[in-house]
Ligand binder design. Structure first.
Ligand code: NAG
Ligand code: NAG
Ligand code: NAG
Ligand code: NAG
Ligand code: NAG
Length: 397
C-alpha cells in the first residue's frame, strides 16, 4: 500500500511537468483522418489515388516494433514510399503521421516500455524515426496493453502503466513534445494490472492529443453469429448481444477520463462476410482479403472474408453508385445503424458500412462533440462514397 502511494506521487509530479508541454503544443483542431497502408500502394491504391484535400491527417501504416528496442521497421509496408507520402501530404498541407504497431506489428511494445532503460531507448528510437522522416505525428497502435492480441505479443500486467510512463517521457523529449501523439484503441479503456478496463486513464489525456477508438471488428466470422462489424449503437440490442459500439465505447472512455474532444471515432471502409450455409467454411472476401498466409506469430491464418467497399462493388453486391445491386437482399439494422447485404445463391452475408451508416456516424461525432473520424483504410472506399458522407454530417464541409 505504502509503495503504491510513493508510485502515485512520482507519477503525479511527472504528469504535472508534462502537462504544460502538452498544452503548449496541444490544439483542438478537428480530425479528418485515415490510415494509408503502404502495402496496398502496389495493389491499386498508389499515393496518386489519395483524396488528400478531404483529410487533414493521414497515418502511414505500419512501422512495426522489432526485437530490438532501438529500432522500428517498415518491412512489409513499402519503406521507400514513406518519404514520398510525407512530401505529398505536406504539399497538400496535411499532417503526415506514422502508425506504429497494428495487429501484427506490436509484438515488442510491452518489452520496449517494460523498464526505465528500455523506455529511454524507445523514446529515442521513436523521436529519431519521426525526425528522420519529417513526421508531424505518431499513432501508437498497440493491440493491446495487457491484453494478448495476435497471440505472440510480449505482455505484462504493467503494460498500461508502462505505456503511460513511456508517453510522458516521449513528451519530455524535444522532438516528442512537438509531435501530435495519438493511440488507436480498443472499445474499452486500456487494461489495468488486474486485466480489467482501467477506471482512470486521465493521465493519457495529458500526453496524447487524442485516441482513435477502433470501432470495428466488433462482430466477424469468428463470432458465434452474424452481427455488425461496426455498430454505432448497441444499447438497443439484447444484453447478451451488447459486444460494444461507438456509443458504449465513448461512454466507457469518457467515464475513465478521456474528454470527448480527445476522442476520434475509428470507422471502417470494409465489412465482414459470414457464410450462412451449414458448413463452417469462411468465404473469401475481395482481392485485398488475406488469401491465407502465415501471420506475425508464424501461425497459418485462412481467408478473413473481408470486403472493402470497392470489393462489394466488384463482387456484385453493390452498384457503382453504392446502392444494392439487383438480386441482392439489403437490410439496414436500426439498432447498430449499419447495413447488411446478402447473396442467397452464394449464401454470403456481409455486414458493412455505406453512405447512410457513415452519415449516422458523422452526425453522432458532431452531436457528441468528438474530435473527428479516422477511417481504416483510405483505400477501402469507393469513389469517396464513405468519406464524403461522414465529412458532410460530421461538419467538415
Ligand atoms: C521482412 O518480412 C519478411 C516476412 O514478411 C521476412 O521474411 C523478412 O525476414 C523480413 N526482413 C527483415 C529485414 O526483417
Ligand atoms: C528491453 O529491451 C530488450 C531488447 O531490446 C529486451 O531484450 C528486453 O527483454 C527488454 N526488457 C524487458 C524487461 O522486457
Ligand atoms: C509491475 O510493477 C510493479 C511496481 O513497479 C513491480 O513491483 C512488479 O514487479 C511489476 N510487475 C511485472 C509483471 O513486471
Ligand atoms: C442508442 O440507443 C439508445 C437506446 O435505444 C438511444 O436512447 C440512443 O439515442 C441511441 N444513440 C444513438 C447515437 O443512436
Ligand atoms: C451471387 O453469387 C453467385 C455465386 O457466387 C453469383 O453467380 C451471382 O452473380 C451473385 N448474385 C448477384 C446478384 O450478384
Amino acid at each position: 500500500m505504502a509503495k503504491g502511494f510513493i508510485l502515485v506521487a512520482g507519477v503525479l509530479s511527472i504528469v504535472h511537468r508534462v502537462t504544460s508541454l502538452a498544452t503548449a503544443s496541444g490544439t483542438y483542431e478537428p480530425v479528418a483522418a485515415a490510415w494509408y497502408t503502404g502495402w496496398h500502394a502496389t495493389e491499386g491504391f498508389p499515393l496518386s489515388a489519395v483524396s488528400w484535400d478531404k483529410y487533414n491527417t493521414l497515418f502511414y501504416s505500419f512501422a512495426i516494433t522489432t526485437p530490438s528496442v532501438n529500432s522500428l521497421s517498415l518491412n512489409g509496408s513499402n519503406p521507400s514510399l514513406l518519404p514520398q507520402f510525407v512530401s505529398q501530404a505536406h504539399e497538400h498541407g496535411i499532417a503526415a503521421h506514422v502508425a506504429i504497431g497494428g495487429w501484427g506489428g506490436g509484438l515488442w511494445f510491452s518489452s520496449d516500455v517494460a523498464t526505465p532503460e528500455n523506455r529511454t531507448v524507445f523514446v529515442k528510437a521513436v523521436a529519431d524515426f519521426a525526425e528522420q522522416y519529417d513526421l508531424d505525428g505518431i499513432n501508437f497502435d498497440w493491440e493491446y496493453p495487457n491484453d494478448q492480441g495476435i497471440g505472440c505479443n510480449t505482455i505484462s500486467a504493467n503494460d498500461t502503466q508502462n505505456f503511460l510512463y513511456f508517453l510522458q517521457e516521449l513528451r519530455a523529449n524535444p522532438v516528442g513534445a512537438k509531435l501530435t501523439l495519438s493511440a488507436a484503441t480498443a472499445l474499452s479503456p486500456f487494461r489495468d494490472a488486474s486485466g480489467s478496463p482501467s477506471t482512470d486513464v486521465s493521465g493519457f489525456a495529458e500526453v496524447l492529443d487524442y485516441i482513435a477508438i477502433m470501432n470495428y471488428d466488433v462482430w466477424g466470422p469468428w463470432s458465434p453469429a452474424v452481427g455488425p462489424n461496426a455498430p454505432l449503437n448497441d444499447t438497443c440490442a439484447s444484453p447478451t448481444d451488447q459486444d460494444g459500439s461507438a456509443v458504449s465505447a465513448v461512454k466507457a472512455w469518457t467515464a475513465a477520463g478521456i474528454p470527448v474532444n480527445q476522442i476520434v471515432l475509428g470507422v471502417p471502409s470494409y465489412g465482414h462476410s459470414f457464410s450462412v450455409s451449414p458448413s463452417n467454411a469462411f468465404p473469401l472476401g475481395d482481392a485485398w482479403d488475406d488469401t491465407g498466409s502465415v501471420d506475425a506469430c508464424g501461425v497459418y491464418e485462412g481467408p478473413g472474408g473481408t470486403f472493402n467497399l470497392w470489393g462489394l462493388v466488384d463482387g456484385g453486391f453493390l452498384t457503382a453508385d453504392g446502392n444494392t445491386a439487383p438480386g441482392i437482399y439489403y437490410r439496414y439494422d436500426d439498432c447498430s445503424q449499419t447495413p447488411y447485404v446478402y447473396n442467397a445463391t452464394s449464401q454470403v452475408i456481409v455486414s458493412f458500412d455505406n453512405a447512410r451508416s457513415f452519415a449516422a456516424k458523422g452526425s453522432y461525432i458532431k452531436e457528441t462533440g468528438l474530435r473527428g473520424f479516422a477511417m481504416w483504410e483510405a483505400g477501402g472506399d469507393y469513389k469517396d462514397i464513405l468519406l464524403d458522407s461522414i465529412r458532410f454530417t460530421a461538419g467538415f464541409d
